[in-house]
Write a protein that binds this ligand. Sequence first.
Ligand code: FES
Length: 103
Amino acid sequence: MAFVRAAKVDAVAPGSIAEFQVGGKAVAVANVGGKFFALNGVCIHEGGPVGEGALNGNVVICPWHAWEYDVTNGKIVGSPDGAEGLACYPVEVREGDIYVDVG
Ligand code: FES
């Protein structure tokens, strides 16, 4: 697929995360110190809305049962092998808009 506009840059302030529909998928977009990261917004535990969680540094906490994901790579924090996690998507910022390629 290709990059699809997700939101205005202003919609995701530094230190925050939000959920957007991109290409028919729920995508969580996080702003870590001005750098944007996008990942699948559906928690692998029971489908909670990751994009509605709290962002603490580069870690988002799922609002349903507090599973923690590193938004820079989608991995579950503390996972023994680091293998499990959420898909991450490429992000580009163009003229004040955030674009995500959900593949
Ligand atoms: S659904 Fe995310 S922690 Fe349970």
